[in-house]
Design a protein around this ligand. Structure first.
Ligand code: GLN
Length: 479
């Protein structure tokens, strides 16, 4: 079996027993990238080269891809936006420090929707990434490059970020495991901010065991991120027990809605049956306010994005464009021209939406109301978790759609996150894991959501399900 098909835990076993060396592993993945990334286009930059790519010392000498919105010292980091071309951060994100400390080998920076705005990886200034299961389809987004690089065996695992579903939806579309941790579990220091009250970094991996290993590496309090929470980090691998007896699983009655693809629905219902047979107690619950989640998210996330993106003006980072005509003061002309040339259409749309909902006269009607709706959505979850341990839903309403299919219809693109957004609004941990394939052979994802800092419950349920099914063992064929 080729080394590049293996999980991190399988590779680590082989390294420990002396069958292979860390350098063999790195070489196998470098070759695999050279063989397939021309088709998948998951990585926008290889490396960081030599010096930093330490060739595998430390406890976890595992090849990894990093979404292009996490700062790597002295290495171009652009969020796949023209406005950040040439920006080299002077420091490492906390997660990068942790990966390097453990001997991780960063083989590439992964493609993403510009500034993580999107669900298809098509708004990147580098062009789209293609789904390894069908190269005519999108890998999902915004962490599409991270998900595709793992699914195509270009790396063992990857880091993504999730503001409204950007780890889980691409994990579902690419047939892998993706976890958005509890808000505050993983430091966001050095993550370029999209919507600061929603963003979280998390793992994309080939199985649940690897997800637990990568969570062990990246989790924990960081005084440099004021939103990180000082709660002890358990050893997540201790939760990999094959037992869900007595676990109370809630199925929201609002989740089987119009617009949900029948094949996705059938796979999710079948997965619930598997969990039931294994001894879980399945009950119907209600999350009545989640119907407002997408609308609420697009008010709050765009408001925060418009404020976070105000710093990109040609003065400190990346691109500086020179105005051709003089309209206002020269510096204002420079700001305007830089932002006009530097941001793509979706980024401009979000900045305008966010600026509008924050402006005086509209603030109460939109932003403030959005915050109130967010509280109602969170209260629904608090109530549900009084009677269940975990909530199960589809990850996305469809399987991977075709490249170009939704790019000119923002609303239908936004609806792709209908199941993932509520967990961000409520700050909850949520995982997507493979639970089947549609008739076209495209992967389907199952979402599991738990209480804040109850990632262990997710690991227990997900591992039990995974070990009793074979979906995670299937691989796309890339010829
Ligand atoms: N697709 C959602 C959006 O476009 C979520 C993106 C994300 O989680 N970064 O905002």
């Amino acid at each position: 079996m080729s080394l590049y098909t293996l999980t991190a835990h399988a590779l680590l076993d082989k390294i420990k027993s002396g069958q292979i060396s860390a350098a063999d592993v790195v070489a196998a993945f470098r070759k695999r990238i050279a063989d397939v990334d021309g088709k998948v286009k998951a990585l926008v930059r290889l490396g960081p080269d030599a010096g930093r790519d330490n060739g595998g010392s430390g406890l976890f000498p595992i090849p990894i891809a990093i979404k292009d919105n996490m700062c790597i010292r002295d290495v171009e980091t652009t969020c796949c936006s023209k406005i950040l071309k040439g920006f080299r951060p002077p420091y490492n994100a906390t997660v990068i420090e942790k990966i390097i400390e453990q001997g991780g080998v960063i083989l590439g920076q992964a493609n993403m929707d510009e500034f993580a705005f999107g669900s298809s990886c098509e708004t990147s200034c580098y062009g789209p990434t293609y789904n390894p299961w069908d190269l005519k389809r999108v890998p999902g987004g915004s962490s599409g490059g991270s998900a595709a690089s793992v699914a195509a065996d270009e790396v063992v695992w990857a880091l993504g970020s999730d503001t409204g579903g950007s780890i889980r939806q691409p994990a579902a579309f690419c047939g892998i495991v993706g976890l958005k941790p509890t808000y505050g579990r993983v430091s966001r220091y050095g993550l370029v901010a999209f919507a600061s009250s929603l963003d979280q970094i998390g793992p994309l991996t080939k199985d649940v065991h690897d997800c637990a290993l990568l969570m062990n590496i990246i989790s924990g309090y960081d005084r440099r991120d004021s939103t990180s929470v000082d709660v002890p980090v358990p050893d997540y691998t201790a939760s990999l027990i094959k037992d869900v007896k007595g676990l109370r699983i809630g199925i929201p009655k609002e989740c089987f809605i119009e617009g949900l693809n029948p094949e996705v629905e059938a796979s999710v219902r079948a997965a619930i049956e598997v969990l039931k047979k294994l001894g879980a107690l399945v009950v119907e619950i209600s999350l009545p306010h989640t119907k407002y989640a997408v609308a609420t998210y697009y008010i709050l996330a765009t408001a925060e994005a418009s404020s976070n993106l105000a710093r990109f003006d040609g003065v400190r980072h990346g691109l500086r464009a020179q105005p051709t005509t003089s309209r206002k003061a020269p510096i204002v002309d420079m700001f305007e021209e830089t932002r006009n040339q530097g941001f793509g259409a979706e980024a401009k749309r979000r900045i305008m939406l966010g600026t509008y909902s924050l402006s005086s006269g509209y603030y109460d009607a939109y932003y403030l109301k959005g915050q109130k709706a967010r509280t109602l959505i969170k209260n629904d979850f608090d109530k549900a978790f009084e009677s269940v341990d975990i909530i199960v839903t589809p990850t996305a309403p469809t399987t991977a759609f075709k490249v170009g299919e939704k790019i000119s219809d923002p609303l239908s693109m936004y609806l792709s996150d209908i199941y993932t957004i509520p967990a961000n609004l409520a700050g909850l941990p949520a995982m997507s894991l493979p639970c089947g394939f549609d008739q076209n052979g495209l992967p389907i994802g199952l979402q599991m959501v738990a209480k804040p800092f109850a990632e262990e419950t997710i690991f227990r349920a997900a591992y039990t399900y995974e070990q009793n099914t074979t979906w995670h063992t299937k691989k796309p064929v890339l010829n």
